[in-house]
Design a protein around this ligand. Structure first.
Ligand SMILES: Cc1cc2nc3c(=O)[nH]c(=O)nc-3n(C[C@H](O)[C@H](O)[C@H](O)COP(=O)(O)O)c2cc1C
Length: 249
């Protein structure tokens, strides 16, 4: 039997002593760490995030759970969504020309982009939005309801139908490849994991229900989102919903 792609991937993206010899960086061709759409339907500024809810990190770590049951009778508050976005990718410091964010990123290259499928958020129409952490706003890039199509593409996971918002994270691989070449394919998933954990903890602080989603038909999600699947491709998703009162999880 031939070696699977997993083993090959592990091998071909390995560092070995000497494999970095002679590697230099061309800062002139360093890709931007920020994406924006040239003609979004709308740009919606977000409110300044104000930390809220439970702030004891130790309690949050104990309570954090993947929560898949959501009440559908109310929308999510826009202020809460703003806080979740900040927790996942907010800018927190600048040194020289580099902006640092709430979640770590290999080489501070930030290859992960954040999109939202909004079903029910105060003050936002339904649609697909792109988050710009630098400008701290949302770009509406597609109008309408995408929950059913996304749920189907996420292997019929019904929590996507009921979630007030679904986060969709893509990677722009060129950002990491500029420094790490093939190893960049490892790092985008590590970056996404950090981002998702920040979402889990911030969601827990606000009493919201979060569930990570790694099971989806990649091509189908890419088509819905307008990603080409190579330069930019979906890597991870997560639902955000209002927790039903008295639900055990
Ligand atoms: C990489 C990854 C992918 C996941 N994908 C899914 C998914 O597609 N559907 C789902 O219901 N849960 C998914 N989960 C959530 C796990 O099922 C959950 O984290 C696990 O059961 C442990 O439970 P806990 O998060 O409540 O501690 C995923 C979690 C991770 C880290």
């Amino acid at each position: 039997m031939s070696e699977g792609i997993g083993k090959r991937f592990q091998n071909e993206t390995k560092y070995t002593p000497g494999s970095l010899a002679g590697h230099t960086l061309d800062f002139g061709s360093m890709p931007s760490t920020f994406k924006e759409y040239s003609n979004p339907i709308l740009r919606i500024p977000l409110t300044e995030p104000k930390a809220g809810g439970e702030t004891n990190i130790w309690k949050l770590l104990v309570k954090r759970r993947s929560r898949r049951e959501y009440s559908t009778d109310r929308p999510l508050k826009l202020d809460d969504l703003s806080l979740l976005l900040w927790a996942t990718q907010g800018l927190t410091a600048q040194y020289g020309g580099t902006f640092f964010r709430t979640a770590p990123s290999a080489g501070a290259l930030y290859p992960v982009e954040t999109y939202l499928s909004v079903r029910a958020v105060d003050g936002l129409e339904e649609g697909i939005y792109h988050f710009r952490p630098g400008k701290y706003d949302l770009e509406l890039i597609r109008r309408g309801s995408f929950s059913a199509r996304l749920a189907e593409a996420a292997l019929q996971q019904s929590m996507v139908l009921h979630a007030q918002v679904t986060f969709i994270w893509s990677s722009i691989i060129a950002r990491g490849k500029w420094k790490y070449n093939q190893r960049a394919y490892r790092y985008v998933y590590m970056d996404a994991g950090h981002i998702a954990q920040n979402l889990y903890l911030a969601g827990e602080a606000l009493g919201l229900g979060i569930c990570a989603i790694g099971a989806f038909y990649d091509d189908h999600i890419n088509e819905i989102m307008g990603f080409d699947g190579e330069d930019e491709t979906v890597i991870y998703m997560a639902t955000v919903g209002l927790r039903p009162p008295d639900h055990p999880i």
